[in-house]
Design a binder for this molecule. Sequence first.
Ligand code: UD1
Ligand code: CA
Length: 455
Amino acid sequence: MLEVIILAAGQGSRMQSRLPKVLHLLSGRPLIHYTLDAARAAGANQIHVVVGCGADAVEAAVQAPDVQCHLQAQQKGTGHAVQQAIGACHPDSTLLVLFGDVPLVSDRTLQTVVAAAEGGIAMLSAVVEDPSGYGRVVRDGQGEFSAVVEHKDASMVQHQLREINTGVLASRASSLADWLSRIQNNNAQSEYYLPDVLALAKADGIAVSVVVSDSALDTLGVNTPQQLEYLERQHQQVLAERLMAAGVFVADRARLDIRGSLGCGRDVSIDINVVFEGQVVLGDEVTIGAHCVIRNATIEAGVQVRPFTHIDGATIKAGAEIGPYARLRPGTEIGEQAKVGNFVEIKNVSLGTGAKANHLTYLGDATVGAWSNVGAGTITCNYDGANKYRTELGEGVFIGSNSTLVAPLSVASGGFVAAGSTITDDVASDQLAVARGRQSNVDGWQRPAKTKDKA
Ligand code: UD1
Ligand code: CA
Protein backbone atom coordinates (compact mmCIF):
# COMPACT_ATOMS: atom_id res chain seq x y z
CA MET A 1 0.00 0.00 0.00
CA LEU A 2 1.29 3.45 -0.95
CA GLU A 3 0.40 6.41 1.24
CA VAL A 4 1.45 9.96 0.38
CA ILE A 5 1.95 12.82 2.82
CA ILE A 6 1.81 16.29 1.25
CA LEU A 7 3.21 19.15 3.31
CA ALA A 8 1.14 22.29 2.95
CA ALA A 9 1.09 23.98 6.35
CA GLY A 10 3.49 26.83 5.68
CA GLN A 11 2.28 30.38 5.01
CA GLY A 12 4.83 30.93 2.31
CA SER A 13 5.95 34.24 3.77
CA ARG A 14 8.21 34.99 0.80
CA MET A 15 5.07 35.21 -1.39
CA GLN A 16 3.97 38.24 0.71
CA SER A 17 0.37 37.26 0.10
CA ARG A 18 -2.70 36.66 2.27
CA LEU A 19 -3.47 33.54 0.26
CA PRO A 20 -1.81 30.33 1.56
CA LYS A 21 1.02 29.50 -0.83
CA VAL A 22 -0.34 26.18 -2.08
CA LEU A 23 -3.56 27.91 -3.21
CA HIS A 24 -1.80 30.26 -5.61
CA LEU A 25 -2.68 29.41 -9.19
CA LEU A 26 -0.55 27.76 -11.83
CA SER A 27 -2.30 27.67 -15.22
CA GLY A 28 -5.53 28.50 -13.44
CA ARG A 29 -5.38 25.69 -10.85
CA PRO A 30 -4.17 25.78 -7.22
CA LEU A 31 -0.59 24.53 -6.84
CA ILE A 32 -1.68 21.77 -4.47
CA HIS A 33 -3.94 20.21 -7.13
CA TYR A 34 -0.86 19.37 -9.19
CA THR A 35 0.75 17.62 -6.24
CA LEU A 36 -2.48 15.68 -5.61
CA ASP A 37 -2.58 14.65 -9.29
CA ALA A 38 1.05 13.50 -9.15
CA ALA A 39 0.37 11.50 -5.95
CA ARG A 40 -2.60 9.76 -7.56
CA ALA A 41 -0.75 9.10 -10.80
CA ALA A 42 2.09 7.56 -8.78
CA GLY A 43 -0.44 5.09 -7.36
CA ALA A 44 -1.33 6.56 -3.93
CA ASN A 45 -3.99 4.56 -2.09
CA GLN A 46 -4.35 7.21 0.61
CA ILE A 47 -3.25 10.84 0.66
CA HIS A 48 -2.57 12.86 3.82
CA VAL A 49 -2.30 16.63 3.61
CA VAL A 50 -0.66 18.51 6.48
CA VAL A 51 -2.40 21.87 6.83
CA GLY A 52 -1.67 24.85 9.09
CA CYS A 53 -1.71 28.39 7.73
CA GLY A 54 -5.08 28.96 6.06
CA ALA A 55 -6.04 25.42 7.10
CA ASP A 56 -9.75 25.80 6.31
CA ALA A 57 -9.15 27.08 2.80
CA VAL A 58 -6.52 24.46 2.02
CA GLU A 59 -8.72 21.70 3.44
CA ALA A 60 -11.63 22.82 1.27
CA ALA A 61 -9.39 22.86 -1.80
CA VAL A 62 -8.11 19.29 -1.36
CA GLN A 63 -11.34 17.62 -0.21
CA ALA A 64 -11.76 14.17 -1.79
CA PRO A 65 -12.56 10.61 -0.66
CA ASP A 66 -8.86 9.59 -0.75
CA VAL A 67 -7.61 12.67 1.14
CA GLN A 68 -7.29 13.11 4.90
CA CYS A 69 -6.09 16.40 6.44
CA HIS A 70 -3.97 16.77 9.55
CA LEU A 71 -3.44 20.03 11.41
CA GLN A 72 0.05 21.27 12.20
CA ALA A 73 -0.91 24.15 14.47
CA GLN A 74 2.62 25.55 14.71
CA GLN A 75 5.11 25.28 11.86
CA LYS A 76 8.14 23.73 13.51
CA GLY A 77 9.67 22.34 10.36
CA THR A 78 9.15 19.73 7.67
CA GLY A 79 10.04 16.81 9.97
CA HIS A 80 7.55 18.00 12.58
CA ALA A 81 4.96 18.37 9.81
CA VAL A 82 5.33 14.73 8.74
CA GLN A 83 4.95 13.67 12.38
CA GLN A 84 1.44 15.17 12.43
CA ALA A 85 0.26 12.70 9.79
CA ILE A 86 2.40 9.62 10.19
CA GLY A 87 0.34 8.24 13.09
CA ALA A 88 -2.60 7.86 10.68
CA CYS A 89 -0.55 5.78 8.23
CA HIS A 90 -0.38 2.00 8.31
CA PRO A 91 3.05 0.95 9.69
CA ASP A 92 3.64 -1.40 6.73
CA SER A 93 2.75 1.17 4.07
CA THR A 94 5.34 2.65 1.81
CA LEU A 95 5.26 6.36 2.53
CA LEU A 96 6.02 9.04 -0.04
CA VAL A 97 6.48 12.62 1.17
CA LEU A 98 5.81 15.50 -1.24
CA PHE A 99 5.86 19.27 -0.81
CA GLY A 100 2.71 21.15 -1.79
CA ASP A 101 4.86 23.94 -3.25
CA VAL A 102 6.67 21.72 -5.79
CA PRO A 103 3.82 21.19 -8.27
CA LEU A 104 5.34 19.79 -11.44
CA VAL A 105 7.16 16.74 -10.15
CA SER A 106 6.41 13.93 -12.61
CA ASP A 107 4.67 10.74 -11.58
CA ARG A 108 7.33 8.74 -13.46
CA THR A 109 9.99 10.25 -11.20
CA LEU A 110 7.89 9.50 -8.13
CA GLN A 111 7.49 5.86 -9.13
CA THR A 112 11.28 5.60 -9.45
CA VAL A 113 11.73 7.01 -5.94
CA VAL A 114 9.09 4.65 -4.50
CA ALA A 115 10.81 1.67 -6.13
CA ALA A 116 14.22 2.82 -4.84
CA ALA A 117 12.87 2.96 -1.27
CA GLU A 118 12.33 -0.81 -1.24
CA GLY A 119 14.09 -2.13 1.90
CA GLY A 120 15.47 1.26 2.90
CA ILE A 121 14.90 4.94 2.25
CA ALA A 122 15.11 6.98 -0.93
CA MET A 123 15.26 10.66 -1.75
CA LEU A 124 15.09 12.66 -4.96
CA SER A 125 17.95 15.03 -5.70
CA ALA A 126 18.73 17.24 -8.68
CA VAL A 127 21.79 18.97 -10.03
CA VAL A 128 20.94 22.62 -10.65
CA GLU A 129 22.68 25.75 -11.95
CA ASP A 130 21.71 27.90 -9.00
CA PRO A 131 21.41 25.87 -5.77
CA SER A 132 20.99 28.85 -3.45
CA GLY A 133 18.23 28.44 -0.86
CA TYR A 134 18.02 24.67 -1.28
CA GLY A 135 19.30 21.94 1.05
CA ARG A 136 22.56 20.51 -0.38
CA VAL A 137 23.33 16.82 -0.79
CA VAL A 138 26.68 16.11 0.84
CA ARG A 139 28.49 12.96 -0.34
CA ASP A 140 31.55 11.19 1.06
CA GLY A 141 34.86 10.40 -0.68
CA GLN A 142 33.29 7.37 -2.41
CA GLY A 143 30.40 9.49 -3.68
CA GLU A 144 27.98 7.85 -1.22
CA PHE A 145 25.27 9.88 0.48
CA SER A 146 26.29 11.47 3.80
CA ALA A 147 23.65 14.06 4.65
CA VAL A 148 21.43 16.91 3.51
CA VAL A 149 22.61 20.26 4.84
CA GLU A 150 20.20 23.19 4.68
CA HIS A 151 21.41 26.36 2.97
CA LYS A 152 21.34 28.31 6.25
CA ASP A 153 23.44 25.64 8.01
CA ALA A 154 25.89 25.01 5.16
CA SER A 155 29.56 25.97 5.21
CA MET A 156 31.18 28.10 2.48
CA VAL A 157 32.46 24.93 0.84
CA GLN A 158 29.05 23.22 1.02
CA HIS A 159 27.43 26.30 -0.58
CA GLN A 160 29.36 25.39 -3.75
CA LEU A 161 27.57 22.00 -4.02
CA ARG A 162 25.08 21.97 -6.87
CA GLU A 163 23.27 18.76 -6.02
CA ILE A 164 20.15 19.73 -4.06
CA ASN A 165 17.39 18.02 -2.09
CA THR A 166 14.07 18.29 -3.95
CA GLY A 167 12.13 17.35 -0.80
CA VAL A 168 10.72 14.11 -2.24
CA LEU A 169 11.42 11.18 0.06
CA ALA A 170 10.09 7.62 0.46
CA SER A 171 10.42 4.88 3.07
CA ARG A 172 8.48 2.32 5.05
CA ALA A 173 6.09 4.20 7.40
CA SER A 174 7.22 2.47 10.61
CA SER A 175 10.92 3.13 9.92
CA LEU A 176 10.27 6.78 9.05
CA ALA A 177 8.26 7.21 12.26
CA ASP A 178 11.21 5.83 14.25
CA TRP A 179 13.79 8.14 12.62
CA LEU A 180 11.45 11.14 12.97
CA SER A 181 11.15 10.52 16.71
CA ARG A 182 14.93 10.96 16.95
CA ILE A 183 15.54 14.18 14.96
CA GLN A 184 16.64 17.33 16.78
CA ASN A 185 16.10 21.03 16.13
CA ASN A 186 19.59 22.27 17.01
CA ASN A 187 20.12 24.07 13.71
CA ALA A 188 20.11 27.59 12.27
CA GLN A 189 16.30 27.74 12.06
CA SER A 190 15.51 25.76 15.27
CA GLU A 191 13.30 23.54 13.11
CA TYR A 192 12.81 19.79 12.89
CA TYR A 193 14.19 19.07 9.43
CA LEU A 194 12.73 16.10 7.55
CA PRO A 195 15.92 15.39 5.55
CA ASP A 196 17.73 14.70 8.87
CA VAL A 197 16.06 11.26 8.84
CA LEU A 198 18.35 10.33 5.94
CA ALA A 199 21.53 10.72 8.00
CA LEU A 200 19.89 8.80 10.87
CA ALA A 201 18.99 5.96 8.51
CA LYS A 202 22.54 5.85 7.24
CA ALA A 203 23.87 5.78 10.82
CA ASP A 204 21.55 2.78 11.43
CA GLY A 205 23.24 1.04 8.49
CA ILE A 206 20.20 1.38 6.23
CA ALA A 207 20.73 1.95 2.51
CA VAL A 208 19.97 5.52 1.41
CA SER A 209 19.21 5.63 -2.33
CA VAL A 210 19.54 8.97 -4.00
CA VAL A 211 17.56 9.21 -7.23
CA VAL A 212 18.93 12.07 -9.33
CA SER A 213 16.14 13.76 -11.27
CA ASP A 214 16.49 14.05 -15.04
CA SER A 215 13.77 16.70 -15.42
CA ALA A 216 14.22 20.34 -14.40
CA LEU A 217 10.48 20.63 -13.72
CA ASP A 218 10.70 17.98 -10.97
CA THR A 219 12.57 20.35 -8.74
CA LEU A 220 11.08 23.75 -9.32
CA GLY A 221 9.49 24.99 -6.12
CA VAL A 222 7.38 28.09 -5.57
CA ASN A 223 8.60 30.31 -2.76
CA THR A 224 8.35 33.75 -4.40
CA PRO A 225 6.16 35.50 -7.01
CA GLN A 226 9.17 35.39 -9.36
CA GLN A 227 9.38 31.61 -9.06
CA LEU A 228 5.64 31.29 -9.63
CA GLU A 229 5.89 33.36 -12.82
CA TYR A 230 8.88 31.32 -13.99
CA LEU A 231 7.06 28.04 -13.38
CA GLU A 232 3.95 29.38 -15.14
CA ARG A 233 5.96 30.25 -18.25
CA GLN A 234 7.72 26.86 -18.20
CA HIS A 235 4.43 25.03 -17.81
CA GLN A 236 2.71 27.07 -20.55
CA GLN A 237 5.50 26.13 -22.93
CA VAL A 238 4.93 22.47 -22.11
CA LEU A 239 1.19 22.88 -22.79
CA ALA A 240 1.85 24.70 -26.09
CA GLU A 241 4.35 22.03 -27.07
CA ARG A 242 1.72 19.33 -26.41
CA LEU A 243 -0.83 21.14 -28.60
CA MET A 244 1.63 21.47 -31.46
CA ALA A 245 2.60 17.82 -31.13
CA ALA A 246 -1.11 17.05 -31.65
CA GLY A 247 -1.18 19.18 -34.83
CA VAL A 248 -2.45 22.52 -33.55
CA PHE A 249 -0.91 25.57 -35.24
CA VAL A 250 0.25 27.90 -32.50
CA ALA A 251 1.60 31.28 -33.68
CA ASP A 252 3.91 31.75 -30.69
CA ARG A 253 4.34 29.32 -27.81
CA ALA A 254 5.42 32.19 -25.58
CA ARG A 255 2.21 34.11 -26.23
CA LEU A 256 -0.44 31.53 -25.40
CA ASP A 257 -2.02 30.89 -22.00
CA ILE A 258 -4.12 27.87 -21.16
CA ARG A 259 -5.72 28.11 -17.74
CA GLY A 260 -7.83 25.00 -17.74
CA SER A 261 -8.42 22.34 -20.35
CA LEU A 262 -8.33 22.91 -24.09
CA GLY A 263 -9.39 20.26 -26.60
CA CYS A 264 -8.65 20.82 -30.29
CA GLY A 265 -9.66 19.12 -33.53
CA ARG A 266 -7.56 19.02 -36.72
CA ASP A 267 -6.09 22.11 -38.36
CA VAL A 268 -6.92 24.48 -35.56
CA SER A 269 -4.88 27.66 -35.58
CA ILE A 270 -4.33 30.02 -32.68
CA ASP A 271 -2.81 33.44 -33.17
CA ILE A 272 -0.80 35.36 -30.58
CA ASN A 273 -1.86 36.46 -27.09
CA VAL A 274 -4.85 34.19 -26.69
CA VAL A 275 -6.01 33.17 -23.20
CA PHE A 276 -8.13 30.04 -22.70
CA GLU A 277 -9.85 29.53 -19.35
CA GLY A 278 -11.96 26.72 -17.92
CA GLN A 279 -13.17 24.06 -20.34
CA VAL A 280 -12.77 24.99 -23.99
CA VAL A 281 -13.31 22.74 -27.00
CA LEU A 282 -12.34 23.82 -30.55
CA GLY A 283 -13.57 21.81 -33.53
CA ASP A 284 -11.72 21.11 -36.78
CA GLU A 285 -10.37 24.10 -38.69
CA VAL A 286 -11.31 26.66 -36.08
CA THR A 287 -9.20 29.81 -36.24
CA ILE A 288 -8.71 32.04 -33.23
CA GLY A 289 -7.44 35.55 -33.95
CA ALA A 290 -4.98 37.52 -31.88
CA HIS A 291 -5.80 38.86 -28.39
CA CYS A 292 -8.89 36.78 -27.62
CA VAL A 293 -10.01 35.60 -24.17
CA ILE A 294 -12.07 32.41 -24.41
CA ARG A 295 -13.62 30.79 -21.38
CA ASN A 296 -15.88 27.75 -20.97
CA ALA A 297 -16.87 27.54 -24.61
CA THR A 298 -17.60 24.97 -27.27
CA ILE A 299 -16.65 26.21 -30.71
CA GLU A 300 -17.56 23.93 -33.59
CA ALA A 301 -15.81 23.19 -36.87
CA GLY A 302 -14.78 26.00 -39.17
CA VAL A 303 -15.70 28.85 -36.84
CA GLN A 304 -13.59 31.96 -37.24
CA VAL A 305 -13.03 34.01 -34.13
CA ARG A 306 -11.46 37.32 -35.12
CA PRO A 307 -9.10 39.41 -32.97
CA PHE A 308 -9.96 41.01 -29.62
CA THR A 309 -13.02 38.85 -29.00
CA HIS A 310 -14.18 37.78 -25.52
CA ILE A 311 -16.18 34.61 -25.19
CA ASP A 312 -17.52 33.29 -21.89
CA GLY A 313 -19.99 30.46 -21.49
CA ALA A 314 -21.04 30.19 -25.13
CA THR A 315 -21.63 27.54 -27.75
CA ILE A 316 -20.81 28.50 -31.32
CA LYS A 317 -22.03 26.24 -34.10
CA ALA A 318 -20.15 25.29 -37.23
CA GLY A 319 -19.11 27.94 -39.71
CA ALA A 320 -20.06 30.98 -37.65
CA GLU A 321 -17.93 34.14 -37.74
CA ILE A 322 -17.35 36.11 -34.57
CA GLY A 323 -15.63 39.47 -34.09
CA PRO A 324 -13.38 41.35 -34.26
CA TYR A 325 -14.19 42.97 -30.91
CA ALA A 326 -17.22 40.84 -30.09
CA ARG A 327 -18.28 39.89 -26.57
CA LEU A 328 -20.29 36.72 -25.99
CA ARG A 329 -21.49 36.23 -22.41
CA PRO A 330 -22.91 33.18 -20.61
CA GLY A 331 -25.94 31.47 -22.06
CA THR A 332 -25.16 32.40 -25.65
CA GLU A 333 -25.70 29.97 -28.48
CA ILE A 334 -24.66 31.07 -31.93
CA GLY A 335 -26.16 29.11 -34.84
CA GLU A 336 -24.40 27.67 -37.88
CA GLN A 337 -23.09 30.27 -40.36
CA ALA A 338 -24.28 33.10 -38.11
CA LYS A 339 -22.28 36.33 -37.95
CA VAL A 340 -21.50 38.50 -34.95
CA GLY A 341 -19.47 41.56 -35.76
CA ASN A 342 -17.57 44.32 -34.01
CA PHE A 343 -18.74 45.84 -30.73
CA VAL A 344 -21.63 43.44 -30.38
CA GLU A 345 -22.43 42.19 -26.87
CA ILE A 346 -24.61 39.11 -26.55
CA LYS A 347 -25.90 37.55 -23.33
CA ASN A 348 -28.29 34.62 -22.82
CA VAL A 349 -29.32 34.63 -26.46
CA SER A 350 -29.93 32.01 -29.07
CA LEU A 351 -28.92 33.40 -32.46
CA GLY A 352 -30.33 31.20 -35.24
CA THR A 353 -28.66 29.68 -38.28
CA GLY A 354 -27.31 32.34 -40.62
CA ALA A 355 -28.56 35.20 -38.46
CA LYS A 356 -26.49 38.38 -38.33
CA ALA A 357 -25.71 41.07 -35.78
CA ASN A 358 -22.81 42.77 -37.41
CA HIS A 359 -22.22 46.08 -35.67
CA LEU A 360 -22.56 47.90 -32.36
CA THR A 361 -25.42 45.97 -30.80
CA TYR A 362 -26.59 44.65 -27.42
CA LEU A 363 -28.70 41.51 -27.45
CA GLY A 364 -29.71 40.19 -24.01
CA ASP A 365 -32.28 37.52 -23.08
CA ALA A 366 -33.44 37.02 -26.65
CA THR A 367 -34.13 34.47 -29.34
CA VAL A 368 -33.23 35.47 -32.88
CA GLY A 369 -34.62 33.18 -35.59
CA ALA A 370 -32.68 31.82 -38.55
CA TRP A 371 -31.55 34.29 -41.23
CA SER A 372 -32.75 37.32 -39.31
CA ASN A 373 -30.75 40.53 -39.59
CA VAL A 374 -30.20 42.78 -36.61
CA GLY A 375 -29.07 46.21 -37.80
CA ALA A 376 -26.28 48.34 -36.40
CA GLY A 377 -26.95 49.98 -33.07
CA THR A 378 -29.86 47.73 -32.09
CA ILE A 379 -30.48 47.38 -28.36
CA THR A 380 -32.75 44.93 -26.56
CA CYS A 381 -34.10 46.75 -23.52
CA ASN A 382 -34.31 43.61 -21.40
CA TYR A 383 -34.27 45.14 -17.93
CA ASP A 384 -36.68 47.60 -16.31
CA GLY A 385 -34.55 48.10 -13.23
CA ALA A 386 -36.27 45.27 -11.38
CA ASN A 387 -36.91 42.36 -13.74
CA LYS A 388 -35.60 40.98 -16.99
CA TYR A 389 -37.75 40.14 -20.02
CA ARG A 390 -37.23 38.28 -23.27
CA THR A 391 -37.27 39.43 -26.85
CA GLU A 392 -38.40 36.85 -29.39
CA LEU A 393 -37.57 37.43 -33.04
CA GLY A 394 -38.84 34.89 -35.57
CA GLU A 395 -37.11 33.76 -38.76
CA GLY A 396 -36.11 36.20 -41.48
CA VAL A 397 -36.89 39.20 -39.29
CA PHE A 398 -35.31 42.52 -40.25
CA ILE A 399 -34.48 45.00 -37.51
CA GLY A 400 -33.47 48.38 -38.92
CA SER A 401 -30.46 50.17 -37.52
CA ASN A 402 -30.58 52.07 -34.25
CA SER A 403 -33.73 50.39 -32.99
CA THR A 404 -34.61 49.79 -29.37
CA LEU A 405 -36.64 46.68 -28.71
CA VAL A 406 -38.43 47.05 -25.37
CA ALA A 407 -39.03 43.61 -23.87
CA PRO A 408 -41.17 41.64 -23.37
CA LEU A 409 -41.57 41.76 -27.12
CA SER A 410 -42.01 39.50 -30.09
CA VAL A 411 -41.54 40.10 -33.78
CA ALA A 412 -43.02 37.24 -35.80
CA SER A 413 -41.16 35.59 -38.69
CA GLY A 414 -40.78 37.98 -41.62
CA GLY A 415 -41.62 41.03 -39.46
CA PHE A 416 -39.84 44.27 -40.33
CA VAL A 417 -38.80 47.10 -38.02
CA ALA A 418 -37.88 50.45 -39.58
CA ALA A 419 -34.59 52.05 -38.60
CA GLY A 420 -34.55 54.27 -35.57
CA SER A 421 -37.69 52.79 -34.02
CA THR A 422 -38.46 52.24 -30.37
CA ILE A 423 -40.64 49.14 -30.47
CA THR A 424 -42.90 48.40 -27.50
CA ASP A 425 -45.70 46.37 -29.13
CA ASP A 426 -45.50 42.97 -30.80
CA VAL A 427 -45.08 42.94 -34.57
CA ALA A 428 -46.88 40.38 -36.78
CA SER A 429 -45.33 38.58 -39.71
CA ASP A 430 -46.74 40.76 -42.48
CA GLN A 431 -46.16 44.04 -40.70
CA LEU A 432 -43.73 46.93 -40.98
CA ALA A 433 -43.32 48.65 -37.63
CA VAL A 434 -42.22 52.29 -37.65
CA ALA A 435 -41.94 54.15 -34.37
CA ARG A 436 -40.16 57.43 -34.87
CA GLY A 437 -40.89 61.08 -35.57
CA ARG A 438 -41.80 61.64 -39.21
CA GLN A 439 -39.46 63.63 -41.38
CA SER A 440 -40.73 66.93 -42.73
CA ASN A 441 -38.79 68.92 -45.32
CA VAL A 442 -39.18 72.75 -45.15
CA ASP A 443 -39.02 74.41 -48.57
CA GLY A 444 -37.00 77.60 -49.08
CA TRP A 445 -35.25 77.20 -45.76
CA GLN A 446 -32.76 80.00 -44.93
CA ARG A 447 -29.81 79.09 -42.77
CA PRO A 448 -29.29 81.35 -39.76
CA ALA A 449 -26.84 84.16 -40.59
CA LYS A 450 -23.96 85.01 -38.30
CA THR A 451 -24.50 88.21 -36.26
CA LYS A 452 -21.68 90.80 -36.81
CA ASP A 453 -19.02 90.97 -34.13
CA LYS A 454 -19.28 94.16 -32.01
CA ALA A 455 -15.55 94.77 -31.84
C1 UD1 B 1 12.88 22.41 1.85
C2 UD1 B 1 13.95 21.43 2.29
C3 UD1 B 1 15.21 21.61 1.46
C4 UD1 B 1 14.88 21.43 0.00
C5 UD1 B 1 13.71 22.33 -0.43
C6 UD1 B 1 13.23 21.92 -1.81
C7 UD1 B 1 13.71 20.96 4.67
C8 UD1 B 1 14.16 21.30 6.05
N1 UD1 B 1 14.26 21.66 3.68
O1 UD1 B 1 13.33 23.73 2.07
O2 UD1 B 1 16.20 20.67 1.85
O3 UD1 B 1 16.02 21.72 -0.80
O4 UD1 B 1 12.60 22.19 0.46
O5 UD1 B 1 12.19 22.74 -2.28
O6 UD1 B 1 12.90 20.08 4.50
N2 UD1 B 1 5.98 22.93 5.66
C9 UD1 B 1 5.05 22.51 6.56
N3 UD1 B 1 5.28 22.69 7.89
C10 UD1 B 1 6.43 23.25 8.36
C11 UD1 B 1 7.39 23.68 7.42
C12 UD1 B 1 7.15 23.50 6.07
O7 UD1 B 1 4.00 21.99 6.19
O8 UD1 B 1 6.57 23.36 9.60
C13 UD1 B 1 5.72 22.74 4.23
C14 UD1 B 1 5.62 24.04 3.46
O9 UD1 B 1 4.29 24.50 3.43
C15 UD1 B 1 6.12 23.65 2.08
C16 UD1 B 1 7.11 22.54 2.36
O10 UD1 B 1 6.80 22.05 3.65
O11 UD1 B 1 5.07 23.17 1.27
C17 UD1 B 1 8.55 23.01 2.28
O12 UD1 B 1 8.76 24.02 3.24
P1 UD1 B 1 9.67 25.27 2.92
O13 UD1 B 1 9.68 26.15 4.12
O14 UD1 B 1 9.29 25.88 1.63
O15 UD1 B 1 11.11 24.55 2.81
P2 UD1 B 1 12.37 25.04 2.00
O16 UD1 B 1 13.04 26.11 2.75
O17 UD1 B 1 11.98 25.31 0.60
CA1 CA C 1 9.98 25.51 -0.52
